[in-house]
Design a protein around this ligand. Structure first.
Ligand SMILES: [Zn+2]
Length: 391
C-alpha cells in the first residue's frame, strides 16, 4: 500500500487523496469525519479524483448501525501508473519498475562499466523496451528517477569522483530521447527517502551509505534535507586524518578514502602486496581469521564510527540506517559501531543495518517519482519486506 506521510501543501484535494491513499479502503463519510470537510465538498473532490483516475470505487462496506445504506468504498488506483528507477555506479547499473504502491514489475542489475558515452543508451534501452510491452494505464509512466553516486544539485550532476558523468548534461541528453518527467538525485538522499518510506516510526532519519563513496541522506521532520547546493550529508568528504590521503574533492584525509568499499579493498591489496585481490578475497581472509585482515577491519570500523559520530552530532537523528556491502557480509561490524558510540552522548541513537540494501536508492527513486507526480511532500510504502527483497 502507498501511504502519504505528510503534506504541507494543504489543499482539500490533497487532504482527501491522502486519506484515501492511507486507508486500504474508505468511505466518503469517513473522509468527511477525518478531514472535517463537509460531505458535499468531499463528494465533489472524490468525483473529480475518480474522473481523473486517481481513485476507484471498490464495492460496498457494512451498512450503518441504524440500518442506513451501505457506503461505497474508495481506494487509490495503484495500477494507474508506473514508476521507473535507475541506480548508476561506475561499475554497474540497476533498475526497478513498479506500480504506484511500490509493487515490483521488473528489477535487474547489470555489471558493466558506466561512463558518459554509454549511460544514455543504457537508460533509454530499458525505458523503450518496457514501453513497447507495457499495458495501457491511465497515467502511463509517471517518471524516471536516476540515482547517482555523486553530488547532484537541481537535477544536474556536479561531482562524480570515480567516473565521468559530471562531464555530461544527462538530463538534457535524456530529454531529447525520452518524453517523460526525468529526475536525477544523489544516491544517499534517495536511500534516505526509501528508509523513511518503510519506517512508520521515525521522522528524523540518517541513511549512511558506504559503497564506492561514502555519503549520508538526511531526513529532518519527515523532509529530505538537501542543503543549499545539494551537498548536505557529504560526510565522505569530512576530514578524518589531516594531511592524510589525497581525495578527488581537493582535500586530504577524507573519510571516504578510508571507509568506502574501494578503500578497504585497496588497503587489503597493500597489506598483501597484490593488486589483483578483490572484495571477496578480503572477506575470505577475514573469515579464515587472518589476524592482519581482522585488524584492518577493526581499523575500518573505528574510522567509520568516527564518521558516524560526526554526522549524528551534526543532525541529531532518531535513528541511523547503514547501507554498506561490508556490513551485509560482516554483520558483527554493526555491534562494533554501536559499541563505539556506547561511551558517548550519542549512545541512545539506534544504529541499524538497512534491510533494503542495494535496493534502497531504487525504492527511494520510486518515492521521488511519486512525490513529484502526486505533488505531495512525502509518501510511504506498506509493502511486504520479503517481497521487496526477493530478486
Ligand atoms: Zn574528499
Amino acid at each position: 500500500m502507498l501511504r502519504m506521510k505528510s503534506n504541507i501543501r494543504e489543499n482539500n484535494s490533497v487532504l482527501v487523496l491522502t486519506e484515501i491513499t492511507n486507508h486500504p479502503e474508505i468511505s466518503r463519510t469517513k473522509i468527511s469525519e477525518i478531514t472535517g470537510l463537509n460531505k458535499a465538498t468531499v463528494s465533489e473532490i472524490v468525483r473529480k479524483l475518480i474522473e481523473d483516475d486517481y481513485v476507484i470505487e471498490i464495492g460496498s462496506g457494512n451498512s450503518t448501525k441504524s440500518g442506513g445504506r451501505r457506503p461505497i468504498l474508495l481506494t487509490v488506483n495503484k495500477k494507474a501508473g508506473v514508476s521507473i528507477s535507475f541506480d548508476v555506479r561506475y561499475d554497474r547499473i540497476s533498475y526497478l519498475i513498479t506500480y504506484l504502491d511500490g509493487e515490483k514489475i521488473d528489477y535487474e542489475i547489470k555489471e558493466t562499466d558506466i561512463n558518459k558515452d554509454n549511460i544514455v543508451t543504457h537508460i533509454t534501452t530499458v525505458v523503450d523496451a518496457f514501453r513497447s510491452t507495457m499495458k495501457k494505464s491511465p497515467f502511463g509512466i509517471i517518471g524516471v528517477t536516476i540515482s547517482v553516486h555523486g553530488v547532484v544539485n537541481k537535477n544536474m550532476i556536479e561531482f562524480t569522483p570515480y567516473f565521468d558523468l559530471d562531464q555530461l548534461n544527462l538530463i538534457e541528453e535524456l530529454k531529447e530521447r525520452i518524453d517523460l518527467p526525468i529526475h536525477i538525485e544523489n544516491e544517499a538522499n534517495l536511500s534516505a527517502l526509501a528508509e523513511a518510506a518503510f519506517d512508520t516510526e521515525h521522522q528524523n532519519i540518517i541513511s549512511f551509505s558506504a559503497h564506492t563513496g561514502v555519503g549520508a541522506g538526511i531526513i529532518l521532520d519527515s523532509q529530505l534535507y538537501r542543503g543549499y547546493n545539494g551537498r548536505s550529508g557529504e560526510v565522505g568528504h569530512t576530514v578524518l586524518y589531516p594531511d592524510g590521503l589525497n581525495c578527488p574533492c581537493g582535500n586530504h584525509g577524507c573519510l571516504e578514502q578510508y571507509c568506502s568499499t574501494k578503500a578497504i579493498v585497496r588497503n587489503f591489496q597493500q597489506l598483501r602486496n597484490n593488486k589483483s585481490l578483490n572484495f571477496d578475497d578480503l572477506l575470505e581472509a577475514y573469515r579464515q581469521n587472518d589476524v592482519d585482515t581482522q585488524n584492518l577491519i577493526q581499523k575500518f570500523s573505528k574510522d567509520l564510527g568516527i564518521g558516524l559520530m560526526n554526522i549524528i552530532g551534526n543532525y541529531d537523528p532518531e535513528i541511523v540506517y547503514i547501507n554498506a556491502e561490508i556490513l551485509e557480509e560482516i554483520p558483527e561490524l554493526l555491534g562494533l559501531l554501536q559499541h563505539s558510540l556506547s561511551s558517548t552522548i550519542y549512545k541512545s541513537v539506534p544504529i541499524r543495518q538497512s534491510k533494503l540494501g542495494h535496493k534502497a536508492s531504487l525504492y527511494g527513486a520510486t518515492v521521488h517519482n511519486l512525490k513529484e507526480f502526486l505533488n505531495v511532500d512525502n509518501v510511504g510504502f506498506d509493502l511486504d519486506m520479503e517481497k521487496v527483497l526477493e530478486v
